[in-house]
Design a protein. Structure first.
Length: 107
């Protein structure tokens, strides 16, 4: 009989990376010109791992997420009516996703 269990763990990697001497990524001196024309910095760097063991076998998964935020002033606006949105990748000229919000008050 195999014991069943699931382990999940998340780590905020920013402090660990800084302790290893990787600090410039998280400051305004970071150079992200290869991925953005805007001046940006990393504000999130997380890693999550999961392992599940049961009668069917073992499954392991992990994901690392990195969040960027613009260093320039952000424009704030209120959307109080239905709208369409597009997520477009400029480098490849590819439309990645398109959607519609019919009732923004339910978002």
């Amino acid at each position: 009989m195999v014991p069943r269990f699931k382990l999940e763990k998340s780590y905020d990697l920013i402090e660990n990376l800084k302790a290893m001497g990787i600090e410039e990524l998280f400051t305004s001196r970071g150079n992200y010109s290869g991925i953005s024309e805007e001046k940006i910095t990393i504000n999130k760097f997380n890693h999550q791992g999961t392992i599940t063991v049961n009668e069917e076998g073992t499954e392991a998964a992990s994901v690392t997420t990195v969040g960027f935020m613009p260093l320039s002033t952000q424009i704030r606006f209120v959307i109080d009516h239905p709208f369409l949105f597009l997520i477009y990748e400029h480098r490849t000229s590819c439309l990645l996703f398109m959607g519609r919000v019919s009732n923004p008050s339910k978002c």
